[in-house]
Design a protein around this ligand. Structure first.
Ligand code: PLP
Length: 448
């Protein structure tokens, strides 16, 4: 009674009728993906797509990297599972590597099944460690889908919690392209400066009640927002002044995505806690991390870690993480991502000369976005904030056109995110840019 899994129509039927898809109305009948290699994947019709998104910005080393696959196979042969309190060679090896590549003050790591669980654990640790309850998070953010992480999240999905976890305070974002009303110069804007805006919030909130500030050092899902120079240092200094922990959510930005191991490395800032997932092992097996400073680790020697998971430190996941990070070191992936990112942004500036819809180009390494506008002078967004359905038509039309032409892209509001695998070849990069060039003509039609 085997199911006809080889039949794409059957796969689509089951997808529509028996599978529940994330964040979506149900019943969609998607393309059926049957394979992938490097920066490409293909469907049951044999049509190939260039992955300019690295799936959910996790396939940092592209698809089917042989070293990661081999490590998973070897580990499966050796030991598939052992409980989190037992010693395991790959678990210890990945913990040691994390100590090696995270900022100097960060020395120990709790492994999770993904980014949400990492952030969930981080806020619990911060609350226990400080004895305080409030967490300051930003509006243009995504921190995960579990109760606490979705409450931290500022993007419209947090409305789905119906009632956020108590104790969340919202901070504005260092969104230089759209500074708060009345400001034109980031150097004089308290929000873009970071510390002054945080100070003002703390005046109302009482710093002694605030456990942590959590932020994506470079915002991912919500539009690739790179903070101005000095922002993160200023936030960190203000946190230190009041004994508030800084949690850097590097779930999307970490592991070479921005050309450095972690986005905070661009500014030499040392957060108290770093969370990550996604690119750590290119997403081949679920894995996330919550890494803490020596001070917090020392405190945890006398106080139990307030969190745990059946799959914390899963050997298959740890083995894949070790292999992926070692492959990045051996293949000099960070340098390649930095170089390809520069090429990509140079090409985007070239496209901006002919496409009036391009309002802003921003990013670091292979973490890039283009913000689309109806008019460059007024900066009126091509579609409204968090637009969906008909309101998002030009964006959806562009995604559809790109996909039909073999380029996989994604967007949030009026921003197209460009996050190819870090090891994409220059030739593939140029292929993607050529399709993007044609795709942007759709948005140009709405410009005035
Ligand atoms: N934090 C950030 C910055 C993310 O981008 C994501 C996922 O996109 C998460 C947390 C949640 O991670 P996960 O989906 O692995 O739970």
């Amino acid at each position: 009674n085997a199911y006809p899994t080889h039949d794409p129509e059957w796969v689509r039927d089951m997808h529509a009728d028996h599978y529940l898809q994330s964040w979506s109305k149900q019943g969609s009948r998607p393309r059926v993906i049957t394979g992938a290699q490097g920066s490409w994947f293909w469907d049951s019709d044999g049509k190939r797509y260039l992955d300019f998104q690295s799936q959910l910005v996790n396939a940092n080393l592209g698809h089917q990297h042989p070293k990661i696959i081999q490590a998973i196979k070897d580990q499966a042969d050796k030991l598939c599972y052992i409980s989190p309190a037992m010693g395991s060679d790959v678990r210890s090896e990945l913990a040691a590597i994390m100590n090696e590549i995270t900022p100097d003050n960060i020395t120990s790591t709790f492994f999770t099944t993904g980014g949400s669980a990492a952030n969930e654990t981080a806020i619990r640790v911060a609350r226990h460690y400080t004895g305080r309850t409030k967490i300051i998070a930003r509006y243009r953010s995504y921190h995960g889908a579990t109760g606490g992480a979705l409450s931290l999240t500022g993007d419209p999905r947090h409305h789905l919690t119906r009632a956020d976890m108590p104790g969340i305070v919202r901070m504005l974002d260092p969104y230089v392209y759209r500074l708060p009303t009345g400001h034109t110069d980031p150097a004089k804007c308290p929000v873009a400066q970071g510390g002054p805006h945080l100070e003002e919030l703390l005046m109302y909130e009482n710093p002694n009640t605030v456990a942590a500030v959590i932020l994506e050092p470079i915002v991912g899902t919500n539009g690739i927002i790179v903070p101005p120079e000095g922002y993160l240092q200023s936030i960190k200094a203000t946190c230190e002044k009041y004994g508030i922990l800084l949690i850097a959510d590097e779930v999307m930005a970490g592991f070479g995505r921005t050309g450095k191991w972690f986005a905070v490395d661009h500014w030499g800032v040392q957060p108290d806690i770093i969370t990550s997932a996604k690119g750590i092992n290119s997403g081949y097996v679920p894995l996330g991390t919550m890494s803490v400073s020596t001070e917090i680790h020392d405190w945890l020697r006398d106080t139990p870690l307030p969190g745990g998971l059946t799959y914390a430190g899963h050997p298959l996941a740890c083995a894949s993480g070790v292999a992926a990070i070692r492959a990045m070191q051996e293949e000099d992936t960070l340098a390649h991502a930095t170089a390809m990112g520069e090429t990509l942004r140079t090409e985007l500036h070239r496209l901006a000369e002919k496409h009036p819809c391009i309002g802003d180009i921003r990013g670091k390494g292979m973490f890039n976005g283009i913000e689309l506008v109806k008019n460059r002078d007024t900066r009126e967004p091509l579609v409204p904030f968090a637009a969906k359905g008909d309101a998002a038509k030009p964006m959806n039309d562009m995604m559809g056109y790109a996909m039909n032409n073999g380029l996989y892209l994604s967007f949030f509001s009026n921003v197209i995110r460009l996050t190819p695998p870090l090891n994409i070849s220059q030739e593939d990069l140029m292929t993607g840019i050529e399709i993007l060039d044609r795709t942007l003509e759709i948005a140009d039609k709405d410009c005035n």
